[in-house]
Design a protein. Sequence first.
Lengths: 112, 113
Amino acid sequence: DVKVTQSSRYLVKRTGEKVFLECVQDMDHENMFWYRQDPGLGLRLIYFSYDVKMKEKGDIPEGYSVSREKKERFSLILESASTNQTSMYLCASSLVQNYGYTFGSGTRLTVV
Amino acid sequence: DQQVKQNSPSLSVQEGRISILNCDYTNSMFDYFLWYKKYPAEGPTFLISISSIKDKNEDGRFTVFLNKSAKHLSLHIVPSQPGDSAVYFCAASAIQGAQKLVFGQGTRLTINP
């Protein structure tokens, strides 16, 4: 069964910490995405990548960076965590020219 | 600037009846639309999609309708079942958008026995 795996289901971090959220897919998909889900706001795109070492800003990239050193892995980095980054983070992947994203189960991050 | 809007945060429907979830968009460059379903503690899963060259797409109990002039789409579920209780997200993409999807806020559907 193909899947997208996010390394942590729940994380609690302190303000100012550097936080790494990891995502791995086993479907050989070219595209990978990071979204955050907040009540009343839906899913908002943070960053995406359509190839190894390629990255593009989404709608809300401020305070985040990403890394894609290998095709199967896409990492989201919070350079200095803040309380307004408390959210559900969802990773997704897709084939080129295919809108059928496969999502991971999400990481609920709480910044205290 | 919410380009995709789902104005109903929640919807409650009796089992066996029709559920209608609505979605409006503002960007006239959007040409592909999708619905995703999300259960608690799981990622969203793809449900059904429609291209702007069509006005209807059907898959079993699920039908999506697209009204381009009104920039409106809807998802019909007939008949509704308890397992349909979930949050439904509408999403849209433009052909120039590198397969980026823009999501709505979501509608929580509850099917009552």
